[in-house]
Design a protein around this ligand. Structure first.
Ligand code: AKB
Length: 321
């Protein structure tokens, strides 16, 4: 990776991936692009930024040529819960951005990273220790986009030799940019609830296990996979990766051990519950471990310490609304 373009840079992953990549590859070599320039003020101060609607192929191509891009991180996506409210829009945006990324990559010899998700699985997948290669019949539009995206990315590799690579991310927990419209968002919001209000109303019921990962591990996964020796990759689109699996009362207890007066109640969102019930409880990520050395560093305890510290600091500085 020499000249990198991150499309959808203002989102939860992009806002941390851009600075992480810039530290490794140099500020000038990592271009941030997003439809919403106001979400990218910090990114634009530290390195190149371009306003881009990823559905506009001509403008996308112009940026790739201008910066001689060789690697694209396509992070544009409407997440699972939003997708269920606006399925046609989710398909249009998620597949449109991917198709443009793949076509531009094909014409300009770029590698492409597009995150897939635990949402690519469905209720007929084995939900415990979900294998790398198994039944994938998701019942959400988000999952349908993810499976289609995986197949399309493999197709571009097999047919055109485009270097496409991807991971199936679990819920990602971070303290810089809030996620929006996802089913796993509760696992981020609970930390803000604990620090700001000492209370949280959880939209998923007790017992709903889902895979999760702390952002530093997610950033490592992106770089490690894109830097992996291609001759070692038996899979490409897409690798199961996970760092931990928990259900709401476990993260609540972890926080309560540090903030004893923190309280939580449940007010179950039936749409989110149905989505979460159709997703794995925990995935088997041994292929990622074997093929490119995936090894997460954070667990629920260490992540809880770090999340509460970081959000506490933001609150002291008056940075929380
Ligand atoms: C969502 O909840 O939609 C995402 C995901 C797991 O892909 N965070």
């Amino acid at each position: 990776m020499k000249n990198i373009l991150v499309v959808g840079a203002g989102g939860q992953i992009g806002s941390e991936l851009v600075p992480y990549l810039r530290k490794i590859y140099g500020n000038e070599h990592v271009v941030a692009a997003d439809i919403n320039s106001s979400a990218c003020i910090h990114l634009a101060e530290e390195g190149p930024f371009e306003e881009l609607d990823a559905l506009k192929a001509d403008r996308y191509l112009e940026i790739v040529k201008k910066y001689r891009i060789d690697t694209i991180f396509n992070l544009v996506a409407l997440l699972s819960a939003t997708g269920e409210k606006k399925p046609q829009l989710a398909w249009h945006v998620n597949m449109g951005a991917l198709m443009n990324s793949l076509e531009i990559a094909r014409e300009n010899s770029c590698a492409v990273f597009t995150p897939s998700s635990i949402g690519a699985f469905g209720p007929t997948s084995p939900l415990d220790n979900t294998p790398q290669d198994t039944v994938m019949r998701p019942t959400t539009i988000y999952g349908i986009c993810k499976v289609t995206g995986e197949l399309l990315s493999d197709y571009y590799f097999l047919k055109y030799g485009v270097d496409t690579r991807s991971v199936r991310f679990p819920g990602i927990i971070s303290n810089v940019t809030l996620p929006g419209g996802g089913t796993t968002d509760y696992a981020v919001e609970i930390f803000y609830g604990a620090v700001q209000h000492k209370h949280y109303v959880c939209p998923l019921p007790e017992g709903t296990y889902l895979d999760m990962m702390y952002m530093p591990d997610a950033l490592d996964a992106c770089v490690q996979l894109m830097e992996a020796d291609p001759s070692k990759l038996k899979h490409r689109n897409s690798f199961n990766v996970t760092a931990m699996s928990f259900e709401p009362s476990q993260v609540y207890s972890a926080i309560r051990r540090r903030i004893p007066d923190f309280t939580m109640e449940y007010s179950v969102d039936p749409v989110k519950k149905a989505i979460a019930d159709s997703w794995p409880n925990y995935m088997d990520d041994s292929c990622a471990r074997q093929e490119w050395g995936w090894s997460p560093k954070w667990n629920l305890e260490t992540m809880t310490d770090d999340m509460l510290r970081a959000i506490g600091e933001k609150m002291k500085k008056g940075l929380l609304g």
